[in-house]
Write a protein that binds this ligand. Structure first.
Ligand code: GDP
Ligand code: ZN
Length: 449
């Protein structure tokens, strides 16, 4: 699909559909200079706003508006591009788009402008994805983070890591090239140290990327616990207190109730699962099974209990992956005359609160915002799950390389692991990419971007 990009000229309505003050038609490709000439009657000045009539082939007025011409390569796509700003009427914009096609353009596919920008080296793949994430951002924190990624904050960190990895590979491959000295070379503590440094930098980047995914997609919170401990009340309290977007997400099952709420500019994806308990009723068992899978794919598991030391309930936290945050809610303190408080031990945050009176709920909100990445500072960038998965693969390969080096000193094997690590890292920014991956990424864009 990408191969045709430079030979033909694409056009699309770039503004949102529906009536609006202005609407934008965007055109990119080799025919743009002729199209611009046909519309304006002369060659437009680069990057100047020309106020002009947009006319049909028969000379009939379609609309009157601004024409902006960006010659290659100083344009979004890196090709000649044209931006026509007219009135935001769907009918007018459709007519203008048809006119572009008469003049030799074809309709653009979703994301095709950004795909061309990527193919022409205007932005890398992570930056291109950030463009779509920025457009789709549902919170200010999310939009800010996507902007950072679009500006290349994430990509530069990936590239720095890539350079360090390449240097390490060169070092090890040099050792392999001198087999009689290989053992000595590989025993060099500098190599082990270099590997450790890269591994530590990767761990940092992985954490930042995980936060970036949360900023992008929202924090996924699974609420679990026995029946009647107050799970649904808690969900309602979190959702209702915000006077913000409260939507039922499609795909709600009988057993898992989902709510998407906005907490001071961050999105929380809450899932209230069926009560967890051992049961022989097949229907209820299905509910428990879903609660389990919900638990495993969450960023945060909120275990609700109504007794302070419910060791049976706590068993639900034991086999969770370490990357999942655990919060234990000891609810109904109003019944026990206990004070709201927060503690951190046993790998979890413990919050004593009462959903009924509201005491302690603010501490929970703060903790959730913190976990969602809010207040994480200037440089917080957005990321996608595929980036995190790639970084996890890089970590695996680095660990294997380190193991091979210390256990066997097999330079070839270590170099091979580093090559895989380098490849996985390069997939993030698109140094290595397949047509399938590009297709999957750009087809999820909107048309005109
Ligand atoms: P779920 O089955 O875990 O979803 O529990 P519910 O949210 O349906 O609540 C079960 C019962 O506990 C309801 O009668 C709630 O009103 C009550 N409840 C929830 N939170 C509190 C609390 O903080 N204090 C008291 N006293 N009752 C509560
Ligand atoms: Zn419930």
């Amino acid at each position: 699909t990408a191969a045709t990009s430079s030979s033909d000229t694409i056009a699309a309505i770039a503004s949102a559909s529906g009536a609006a003050g202005i609407g934008v038609v965007r055109v990119s490709g080799p025919r743009v200079p002729q199209i611009a000439h046909a519309l304006l009657g002369r060659t437009p000045a680069p990057r100047h706003a020309h106020f002009t009539a947009f006319c049909s082939a028969e000379g009939e007025l379609i609309d009157r508006g601004l024409l902006l011409y960006f010659p290659a390569p100083a344009s979004y796509t890196g090709e000649h591009t044209l931006e026509l700003q007219g009135h935001g009427s769907q009918a007018l914009l459709d007519a203008l788009l048809r006119r572009m096609c008469e003049l030799g353009a074809r309709l653009a596919r979703p994301g095709e402008f950004t795909e061309r920008a990527f193919l022409n080296g205007k932005l890398d793949l992570a930056q291109a994805e950030a463009v779509a994430d920025l457009i789709a951002a549902r919170s200010q924190a999310g939009a800010r983070a996507a902007l950072q990624s679009m500006e290349g904050v994430f990509s530069r960190k990936v590239d720095a890591l890539l350079q360090a990895l390449i240097a390490l590979r060169v070092h090890i491959e040099a050792a392999i090239d001198f087999p009689e000295e290989e053992i000595d070379f590989l025993a060099d503590p500098a190599i082990a140290h270099q590997l450790q440094t890269v591994r530590a930098a990767l761990a940092d980047l992985l954490r930042e990327a995980q936060r970036g995914v949360r900023l992008n997609d929202g924090l996924r919170v699974a609420i679990i616990g026995r029946p009647n401990v107050g799970k649904s009340s808690l969900l309602n309290a979190l959702a209702g207190s915000e006077r913000a977007i409260v939507t039922n997400i499609a795909g709600t099952t009988r057993d898992v109730l989902r709510e998407s709420i906005s907490l001071d500019g961050v999105t929380l994806e809450l899932a209230d699962t069926a009560g967890l308990r051992e049961t022989h009723d097949p229907v209820e068992r299905e509910g428990v099974r879903r609660a389990h899978s919900e638990r495993a794919r969450a960023d945060v598991v909120l275990l609700v209990t109504d007794v302070p030391h419910a060791s049976d309930d706590l068993a639900w936290l034991h086999d969770l992956p370490v990357t999942i945050e655990r919060i234990v809610i000891v609810n109904k303190i109003d019944l026990h005359d206990a004070a709201a408080r927060i503690e951190h031990h046993d790998g979890a945050s413990w919050l004593w609160l009462s959903v009924k009176t509201g005491h302690g709920l603010d501490a929970l909100r703060e903790r959730l915002k913190q976990l969602a990445g809010v207040g994480s500072g200037e440089g917080a960038f957005s990321a996608r799950r595929r980036h995190v998965l790639a970084l996890e693969r890089v970590a695996d390969h680095l660990d294997r390389a380190a193991h091979v080096l210390t256990a066997t000193r097999a330079g070839e094997l270590a170099a091979e692991e580093l090559r895989h690590a380098q490849h996985a890292l390069g997939e993030i920014t698109g140094t290595y990419s397949s047509d399938d991956l590009l297709g999957a990424i750009f087809s999820s864009f909107c048309i005109g971007k």
